[in-house]
Design a protein around this ligand. Structure first.
Ligand code: RIB
Ligand code: CA
Length: 284
């Protein structure tokens, strides 16, 4: 029986790989995409979600437009959120789902539904405050002692720290943090062998990573960090990520700090094996 999966997303290049991985994995039934501002503004993230599903032949999957907010990572993902290549994806002939996100969750969550939140947590927090309970919530975000927006805060939590606080305090999330995902570089060989339409989205991101890694690391990294696909892989094959229990909270900057909320944190995975799994699912 396929696992029902809803992805809350701000596509976003690594979101695109995560969505494609889910769409091409029979282990999950993609119930819907709920969109949120993040990498770029909501209009772009929503249209990108529609276009990605059209490209994947999955316009059967509803797209539910969620919370607006300021785009904040166009330097990584391009002004359109997909490396300036969103126009290379087909327009969708499917309109948006008419309900709001909380109503969509209320109408579609079942006891075995997994929700993967791979953007700022505004929609998820609103649903929790609206009385929604998530049976299994996997969140890409946060960093233990590290960040990619500040020294301590990761983008998804930094973009809406109040929402992140609601989610860690009420949502019982499995957190997939930067500590793990920044080790998951989809390299040039991987990108050369996946769907060329997806690979074509990665130019801006690759240039950013190469430039950024030269500044921060001893060697130049070539490829992209597939943060979101790592989190979604856990929804597809439970147990892909090795987790440990922590007592944490989130401060007003969006940084993960020691606290009183018990959460599972993904600490390790067999990245070569996971990259091979993704390459097989996303082959051109
Ligand atoms: O910090 C990485 C996260 O921020 C990923 O979800 C990426 O898509 C961006 O949204
Ligand atoms: Ca994202």
């Amino acid at each position: 029986m396929a696992i029902p999966l809803i992805i809350d997303t701000d596509p976003g290049v690594d979101d695109a790989f995560a969505i494609a991985l889910a769409a091409r994995s029979p282990e999950v039934k993609l119930v819907g995409l709920t969109t949120v501002f993040g990498n770029v503004g909501l209009e772009h993230t929503t249209r990108n979600a529609q276009r990605l599903l059209a490209h994947l032949g999955r316009t059967d999957v509803p797209v539910v437009k969620g919370a607006e907010g300021p785009g904040g990572a166009s330097d990584v993902h391009g002004e359109d959120g997909l490396g300036g290549q969103a126009h290379t994806l087909p327009e969708s002939d499917k309109g948006l789902h008419g309900e709001d996100v909380t109503k969509f969750f209320a109408d579609n969550l079942t006891p075995d539904t997994v929700v993967a939140a791979i953007g700022p947590l505004t929609n998820i927090a609103a649903a929790l405050d609206g009385g929604i309970t998530f049976p299994r919530l996997i969140v890409m975000g946060g960093g233990l002692g590290i960040g990619n927006m500040t020294l301590r805060a990761e983008f998804n939590f930094w973009a809406d720290p109040e929402a992140a606080q609601v989610v860690i305090r009420k949502g019982n999330p499995i957190i997939v943090p930067l500590n793990l995902t920044q080790r998951c570089i989809a390299d040039t060989e991987f990108l050369a062998n996946v769907d060329p339409v997806l690979s074509n989205l990665t130019g801006t991101y690759r240039e950013y990573l190469a430039r950024h890694s030269e500044q921060n690391f001893s060697e130049r990294e070539e490829g992209i960090l597939v943060h979101d696909a790592v989190a979604v892989a856990e929804a597809i094959v439970p147990g892909t990520l090795k987790t440990r229990t922590h007592l944490l909270d989130i401060d007003d900057e969006g940084a993960l700090v020691e606290g009183k909320y018990q959460v599972e944190v993904a600490e390790d995975t067999d990245w070569p094996a996971l990259m091979s799994f993704m390459a097989q699912r996303l082959s051109g």
